[in-house]
Ligand binder design. Structure first.
Ligand SMILES: Nc1ncnc2c1ncn2[C@@H]1O[C@H](COP(=O)(O)OP(=O)(O)OP(=O)(O)O)[C@@H](O)[C@H]1O
Length: 663
């Protein structure tokens, strides 16, 4: 099967797309149905004029090409996953981070040299030697320290922003390409909170915290070495005082990690709860549920507050713990040092340098432990992002190679049927035992209107979700022109299948943005034609800015029926070969429904329209009607046949007549 309206990457070709709809419908209306059909078929080149081998070659090429556009991988999980290579996690930002760390370390070296130079200055002054040289060296060190510090901050900040950008863009791409059933398991608010706040925390971990741990660690170790060089006795006293507090601080830092994980989960829960009600404001108001919901969300917010306070308590204990240790060390050093200096065991210049090193050590030591705590907070975020990054994505490879081979063996049998075929399809939703489709078989020819009717819950919408491959059957095959759809690249499948779902979702943006959503290069002529077919020309003309009028969330600004027709026009611009309409006429008044019925009749001249309809009046003209009940096909036929032969259909038909009379 080939689709000549797709390019190498599986995208639709703009030029052909722009003209497809107009030309096809013009042909259909001007040349009469048969010629129009032929003209459209030729333009679409859907493979009927090709040999089967050619088609299969094109299939393979298209699949390989589509497969080349690999879904971006998030490497964050490597940081703490099995066989972790932290280096890889930093990806292409490694160089920048290394540069930042080197700048920081050089800055730290200049800092470490300062007390020694000041010690020399004191020594020179003590002995009455010239002090110009040590002053100049000290000034050069201060300047270098300041410049290196600024460059260091900028480099690390830049790497941080790059990393956040990378994580966000990679994760967004993965989320949008995720398998529908995998995405359905996630709460939107949780996803949102991970994408916004966890990425910021992860940035701190991967740049500032790591950098600070290395730099301050270097300063601390360097300071200790220099202090050892000056006086071992004073150093031993210092280490005893600081050692105890360091152990306590490390224990606190671990605690910070534990409570941070809890706090980030609570924050995600808060986001989910908020999104849930914000997405249903009219229902909340109509149900007078404002106070109830506000109270419920306040409870969740309280949980986040509680775990947030725990993080604050643990983090704020770090500072005083370290302060106690350093104050103690300072007191001991000054007392012991003064005594040693008085006995002449230690020169005054050495004591000055030692005390300065101790002062210099205090800030890096505090920062070191703060960074370890920050690292632990960010680590929890990195873990949460890595979990999101492992979401299963749709690939254009075969869903299950072994099964696909067996299926394609069957599906590529000689004499395949053109159109869409359900062959003994069985299906249950993931994590559910309920059989939703129990061996459904039917054939939809590649032209004309096919209606699917049946009571609520019969499995009609599920049939559409399987055609779109939002889910895959448990067993059985769905074929398009003889090809198992699991063997088709997804974007090829979705370019030949247009789907107007029950919610006919519109997005915030202009009418034009919404119309051209699946055909971004559609021209004005095609847009006008699609609007005409969906009976929207006058409606759009009456809007203040016509096609450029802005719509609110989910298409606010248009009536329910207008939104529904706009969704149909949007799908028409995609020039699908199979147009799936799920309850497309549910919100229409009788007049609009009649107009749309005419449009569907016209559209079905050049593609296969499959319409789920509760209003049977919409589909009485259908070439075939499939009656579904409890996940099986009860009967297939025309309106007249089914009215005569099928009890369920004639009952639905009678109920419909009654409701029409009543209205
Ligand atoms: N995501 C899902 N997870 C589990 N079960 C589901 C899911 N979606 C639908 N179902 C179940 O599948 C069955 C068939 O649903 P489906 O939406 O296909 O019916 P339908 O015939 O289109 O109904 P209606 O005419 O009311 O839209 C229902 O029993 C429903 O509860």
């Amino acid at each position: 099967m080939s689709d000549r309206t797709t390019d190498e990457g599986g995208h639709r070709r703009p030029r052909e797309q722009r003209t497809d709809l107009t030309k096809a419908s013009e042909s259909a209306s001007q040349q009469g149905p048969e010629q129009g059909r032929r003209a459209t078929r030729e333009k679409r080149g859907h493979g009927q004029g090709m040999s089967k081998d050619q088609q299969q070659m094109e299939d393979g090429t298209a699949r390989r090409r589509a497969g080349h556009r690999a879904v971006p991988q998030l490497h964050l999980h490597l940081l703490w996953g099995k066989g972790a290579k932290p280096w890889q996690a930093l990806g292409r930002h490694r160089r920048l981070i290394v540069l930042g760390i080197l700048l920081g370390l050089t800055g730290a070296a200049t800092s470490l040299a300062q007390p020694a130079v000041i010690g020399q200055l004191v020594g020179a002054a003590e002995k009455g030697r010239p002090v110009t040289e040590p002053i100049l060296i000290a000034a050069a060190l201060f300047t270098a320290d300041a410049v290196l510090g600024a460059l260091h901050s900028y480099t690390i900040g830049l790497a941080g922003e790059n990393i956040v950008y990378d994580i966000r863009s990679t994760l967004t791409s993965r989320l949008l390409r995720s398998r529908f059933r995998a995405y359905s398991d996630w709460q939107q608010g949780d996803v949102f909170s991970r994408m916004v706040s966890d990425t910021l925390l992860a940035r701190s971990t991967m740049t500032h915290a790591i950098d600070s741990i290395l730099n301050n660690g270097f300063l601390v170790i360097g300071g200790i070495v220099l202090m050892a060089w000056i006086d071992m006795v004073l150093l031993a006293a210092t280490l005893v005082c600081l050692g105890v507090t360091s152990v306590v601080s490390l224990w606190l830092a671990r605690g910070v990690h534990r409570v941070s994980v809890r706090n980030q989960t609570d924050t995600g829960n808060f986001g989910s709860a908020l999104l849930r009600v914000l997405g249903a404001m009219p229902t909340v108001k109509a149900s007078r549920a404002e106070s109830r919901e506000a109270e419920g969300i306040a409870v969740i917010a309280k949980e986040a507050r509680k775990s947030g306070i725990k993080v604050t308590v643990m983090s704020s204990l770090l500072d005083p713990t370290m302060s106690i240790g350093t104050q103690l060390a300072l007191t001991v050093v000054i007392g012991l040092g003064a005594a040693r200096s008085a006995t002449g065991a230690m020169p005054a210049a050495d004591l000055t340098a030692f005390i300065l090193y101790l002062f210099y050590l205090v800030a890096p030591l505090l920062q070191l432990f703060e960074s370890i705590a920050q690292f632990q907070v960010g680590r929890a975020s990195v873990d949460r992002l890595a979990e999101l990054g492992r979401i299963e994505v749709e690939t254009d490879q075969r869903y299950d190679p072994a099964t696909a081979r067996t299926r394609s063996g069957r599906s590529r049998s000689r004499g395949y049927e053109a159109g869409l075929v359900f062959d003994e399809v069985r299906f249950s939703y993931p994590n559910s035992q309920q059989v939703i489709l129990g061996g459904v078989s039917f054939t939809v020819p590649d032209r004309g209107l096919t209606a699917i009717v049946g009571p609520s819950g019969a499995g009609k919408s599920t049939v559409f979700q399987l055609i779109e491959r939002l889910f895959d059957p448990v067993s059985g095959v769905i074929r398009i022109d003889g090809t198992d759809i699991t063997d088709m690249p997804l974007n090829q499948l979705r370019s030949v299948v247009g789907y107007v779902d029950q919610d006919h979702t519109l997005l915030r943006g202009s009418v034009r943005d919404n119309l051209t959503y699946s055909a971004p290069n559609a021209g004005d002529k095609d847009i006008a034609e699609a609007l005409r077919m969906a009976n929207l020309t006058e409606v759009i003309a009456a809007l203040p800015n016509g096609l450029d009028t802005g719509l609110g969330d989910r298409g606010a600004g248009l009536s329910g029926g207008q939104r529904q027709r706009l969704a149909i026009a949007r799908t028409l611009l995609q020039t699908p070969r199979f147009l799936l309409l799920d309850e497309a006429t549910a919100n229409l008044d009788s007049e609009s429904e009649g107009a749309l019925r005419d449009s569907i009749a016209m559209i079905s001249e050049f593609c296969a329209v499959i319409a789920i309809a509760h209003r049977l009046s919409t589909v009485t003209q259908a070439q075939q009607i499939i009656v579904m009940d409890k996940g099986t096909v009860q009967a297939t036929g025309t309106h007249a046949d089914l009215n005569r032969t099928n009890a369920l259909y004639s009952r639905l038909s009678k109920l419909q007549e009654l409701s029409d009379i009543a209205s």
